[in-house]
Design a protein around this ligand. Structure first.
Ligand SMILES: [Fe+2]
Ligand SMILES: [Fe+2]
Length: 180
């Protein structure tokens, strides 16, 4: 494609971006499941991996619907979220509990990014009267919203455990948890 000139082409461009992001996430999520020490968090990553694999297929079906070949266009947004994770882990070598808290935040950032991406894609697909595409994209959006809710609940629980005397916060002499 020479350049994005029309709303149709913008839709394809953003679809290629999201396709790249979802494919990247299928490689990241198994690593996150491995890194998490909290078993509920680890399971959440594994179950979202399964959904993400299905989301990739849904996106391929959207490409098909609009008569385009599935193509991934590098998405700096998701790469940035990935890099933030890699840098933090490398620079801080966090303890298991702190790493879990960090991972819930990284996951939330990724979900918010995906939610924004799908919301934009759905409104464009609607404007272009691509009804099948709207349905497929809505299915992905629903899963992202659910994944966000789940990870936020896990984050709350882990933080509560930590401030109730989890090993990491116990060892620190200053009270850092505060009331928000
Ligand atoms: Fe996704
Ligand atoms: Fe997601």
């Amino acid at each position: 494609m020479p350049g994005v000139m029309s709303p149709e082409q913008l839709f394809v461009h953003e679809l290629q971006d999201m396709y790249y992001a979802e494919k990247a996430l299928t490689k990241v999520l198994p690593r996150l499941a491995e890194e998490a020490s909290d078993s509920e968090l680890s399971r959440a990553f594994t179950s979202h991996l399964k959904e993400t694999e299905k989301q990739v297929v849904n996106l391929e079906r959207v490409f098909e619907q609009i008569g385009e070949r599935p193509e991934a266009h590098p998405c700096p947004g998701i790469e940035g979220i990935k890099k933030e994770h890699d840098d933090f882990v490398q620079e801080n070598r966090p303890s298991g509990e702190l790493l879990d808290v960090f991972l819930t935040g990284a996951a939330s950032r990724a979900e918010h990014y995906e939610i924004a991406g799908y919301t934009g894609l759905i409104s464009k697909a609607r404007a272009l009267r691509e009804r099948e595409a709207v349905g497929l994209l809505e299915e992905n959006l629903r899963q992202e919203k659910e994944a966000l809710k789940k990870v936020e609940a896990i984050s709350k629980r882990i933080l509560k455990d930590a401030s109730n005397g989890g090993s990491t916060s116990r060892r620190s002499s200053s009270r850092r948890t505060g009331s928000r």
